[in-house]
Write a protein of this length. Structure first.
Length: 508
């Protein structure tokens, strides 16, 4: 198909939810075979628009045309039949099924007797995982996979549908740099086949790496569509937020205080695995008023380290942990919370949100005792606490009574951070806190983290983005295969030095 031919026409698309206009008269086009990026802050309407294109949302105003033919998909099956596949930002996997079963869910391969053909599905899934250059076993239950591997299963699921239009909604949000490189190799092959790709990302380096054109949405409206070669990241950022985002300068003139947390000899067993341990002999300290980063590739043990500190590790760790001069042992998260620890998990959908609750309830659920009198929750106090948190973190929501599932992914994440800040912790553990958060919201979160740090809070933060750690942190620990392979002070760390430590062999 001629690459200048319009394949998708979005004409005056409008979608309203109770109290929110998610899309307001959006109009633009996508050419056949192009890599077309859609950017905007959280809440700009990107994911809503993609859900309309893929048949997830069926009730909207406006017109959608595919190859000049007007379409209104009644379901995702109808969209798939038209050659459209989507990789959702929020993973849509059945945790108790295997990786192969998830890849072919709803499109199961069957034998001549109409029985499920597990072997055929596992063979096909293995081929897809090989194409993605990953080591996932097809028979492995999805619940045993880390978020990054689950995201690769979601990508394999979309690739298995052999779509002519592929929508990627934040596909790299849980991937390491090497996995992002693998994904873009796959993208190059798909584009060579003539697949049209709609790509949503907050990472402008990815957007400018491959895009033919870039469409900017803001507050549910179409702002502009530009050729990549005719613009630059600064202009796109300004169009996204309607204001200049200045470079956030952090860590300057901080003066860390006394040691608030000391960890020595921390090890986490790994029963049944050849390596026998997930973490091995980890030693570090964290001071009040310090941001300590944890870097490492996927499988290095970043999340496992935070889980050990918060009492949620799959097995009981060994070693010694001292909090404010007192040795502590946490048998559960409740113990850790009472002692002054707080953890914001990397997987907000599965481990962070209470989807049946509204924004207010999600923010205040850890502080209800403080609002209660004689066992009765004080509604006025609770509502004020939620409003204060919404204002502090600039959470975009019509109000505290809005369902948490009605917020964008980034604003859901900010609500979870607000929840833990209400517990007034001594140590705040942040596991990849800006995953799926746009450039404007990231800058706001960075300022919040810096403010909390300067007020004396000790913060331990992991991130899959090395520039983020370099901007935020006073010191950075580097893990490789469960071992501590480097500790860097500000002024010492660079992307090169951190990556070198993250890839250091165990015998070095």
């Amino acid at each position: 198909m001629d690459p200048q031919v319009t394949l998708i026409s979005v004409e005056n698309i409008t979608k309203r939810f109770p109290g929110v206009t998610a899309l307001d008269g959006v109009t633009f086009d996508v050419r056949a075979g192009e890599f077309h990026s859609i950017v905007g802050e959280n809440g700009a309407g990107k994911s809503t628009l993609m859900k309309i294109l893929s048949g997830v949302i069926t009730d909207y105003d406006g017109t959608l045309r595919i190859a000049s033919q007007e379409m209104r998909f009644a379901s995702t099956r109808k969209a798939e039949a038209a050659g459209i596949s989507i990789i959702h930002q929020e993973l849509n996997l059945v945790e108790d099924l295997s990786a192969a079963a998830n890849v072919f869910l709803g499109r199961e391969k069957r034998t001549a007797l109409r029985l499920l053909d597990d072997r055929a599905m596992q063979r096909s899934a293995a081929a897809l995982f090989a194409e993605l250059e990953c080591q996932i076993r097809p028979e492995q239950p999805v619940r045993t996979l880390r978020v990054g591997d689950q995201q690769l299963v979601e990508i394999a699921k979309a690739l298995s549908q052999d779509a002519s239009i592929l929508i990627m909604d934040e596909p790299t949000s849980a991937l390491t740099e090497s996995e992002v490189e693998r994904l873009f190799r796959i993208i190059d092959r798909l584009l060579a086949r003539g697949v049209t790709i709609l790509y949503i990302s907050h990472k402008l380096d990815e957007v400018f790496r491959r895009s033919d054109r870039i469409t900017v949405l803001r507050d549910g409206r179409h702002v502009k569509t530009l050729d990549r070669t005719a613009t630059n990241p600064r202009e796109i950022t300004h169009l996204m937020v309607g204001r200049e985002i200045e470079n956030v300068k952090l860590s300057e003139n901080r003066t860390p205080g006394d040691v608030v947390l000391e960890v020595s000899g921390l090890s986490l067993p790994w029963t049944g695995h050849a390596r026998t341990w997930r973490l091995r002999d980890i030693n570090f300290s964290l001071r009040r008023g310090e941001v300590l980063g944890v870097a490492g590739l996927m499988g290095a043990g970043r999340t496992e380290l935070l889980e050990c500190l918060f009492g949620t590790s799959p097995e009981r760790p060994t070693g010694r942990m001292v909090l404010e001069g007192r040795e502590v042992h946490f048998a559960s998260p409740a113990d850790a919370k009472r002692a002054g620890m707080a953890l914001v998990t990397e997987d907000r959908k599965r481990l962070g949100l209470f989807p049946q609750m509204n924004v207010r309830e999600n923010i205040t659920i850890c502080m209800l005792q403080e609002t209660a009198t004689a066992g009765v929750i004080g509604g006025r106090t609770e509502r004020k606490a939620a409003r204060d948190s919404i204002d502090l973190l600039a959470i975009k929501t019509p109000g505290g009574e809005t369902p948490i599932t009605g917020l964008s992914g980034g604003n859901q994440q900010k609500s979870i951070i607000a929840r833990w800040l209400r517990t007034r912790p001594k140590v705040l553990l942040l596991d990849d806190p800006t995953r799926g958060v746009d450039v404007g919201a990231k800058a706001e979160l960075y300022r919040v983290i810096d403010h909390l740090c300067r007020e004396g809070l000790g913060i331990l933060v992991t991130s899959s983005e090395l520039p983020e750690l370099i901007a935020l942190c006073d010191r950075i620990l580097v893990l490789c295969e469960g071992r501590l392979t480097g500790t860097f002070d500000r002024g010492q760390f660079t992307e090169h030095s951190l990556m070198e430590a993250a890839t250091r062999r165990r015998d070095e």
